[in-house]
Design a protein around this ligand. Sequence first.
Ligand code: BTN
Length: 273
Amino acid sequence: MQNSLALLDTEIILKYLGVESNYFSLNIFDSIESTNTFLTDFFKGNKVSNKSNLIHVAVAEEQTKGRGRNGRSWVSGFGEGLTFSINWYFKEYAPSQLSSLSLVVGIALIRVLKSLSIEHIYLKWPNDVLFNHHKLAGVLIELRSGMEKGCNAVIGIGINFNLSNTTRTNIAAETTDLFQMTGKLFDRNLVLSVLLIELRKVISDFEKFGFCFFKSEWLSYHAYEGKRVCLKTPKNQIMGIVDGVDDDGALFLLTDSGREIFNVGDVSLREEN
Ligand code: BTN
C-alpha cells in the first residue's frame, strides 16, 4: 500500500516478476495514444507471429486515445489507473476459436484482485469487472491472423485505481476505482506484475484445455446469472434471463422465443418493477 502515487518503474516490475521476468519484454510509456494500438502496429505487416516467444507488454501512465469495446473510448488520466496491453501468439488457433479468450482474461483479473483482498467483485459478460454494478476494469482483445494457421492477440486491460473528478465527469458509464472501493492506494507496479504472471498462467491453460476448463469458475463470478437483462446487439435489443455461457463463452438468454445464444452485445441489468 502507498501514501502517494508511485510511478510505473521497469526495475521494480522486473524485481516483482522475479524469474518470470524472462518471459516478458516490457515497454513503459508516460503518454501514448493507446497501448493496444501500439502493439497492434508493432505486429502489423508480415510479422504476425512472435518468433521470439516473448510476451510483449506495453503499459502507459496515460493514453490519449484509449479504446474500449464496441467503439467506445477508455478514459483514465495520468497515473490514475493501470492501462496496458500484452501480445500473445496462438499457434494452433484461428480467430473464430478465440471468442472465449476475453472471459478467461476476466478470470485472471478476478483471481488477482481477490488475492489482494478486494472482495465483492464480479464479471459482467463478456469481461467487465464490476463492484456494486459499477465498472472497475475492462478488457479489449484485438485479433489478427495471416495466411498461415495461427493468430496474434493483443489483449488490452484497463483498471481504475484512483480517478480524478475530471476523469469521472468524462466517463459516461457508472464507474468505480480501487481507492473509492477500499480507501487504499494500491501499488500499480505490484498489481501489474502479479497480473502478468496470472495472465501467462491462464492463457497457457486456455491454450491447452480450452474454455471448458474455466467455465464453472467463470460462472461463479458471473454478476447477472439468473437475472433479467437487456442485451444490446449491433442489430437490436433482446430481453431475457441470463442462463449461463456455452463452451465457447457465448451467452445464453431465456427469451420469449426460447433459450437463445449470443456472441456479441452489451448486457445491462433490467430492474424488476
Ligand atoms: C472496455 O471495457 O470497453 C475495454 C477497455 C479496455 C481498455 C484498455 S486500457 C489499455 C488498452 N489500450 C486501449 O486503448 N484499450 C485497452
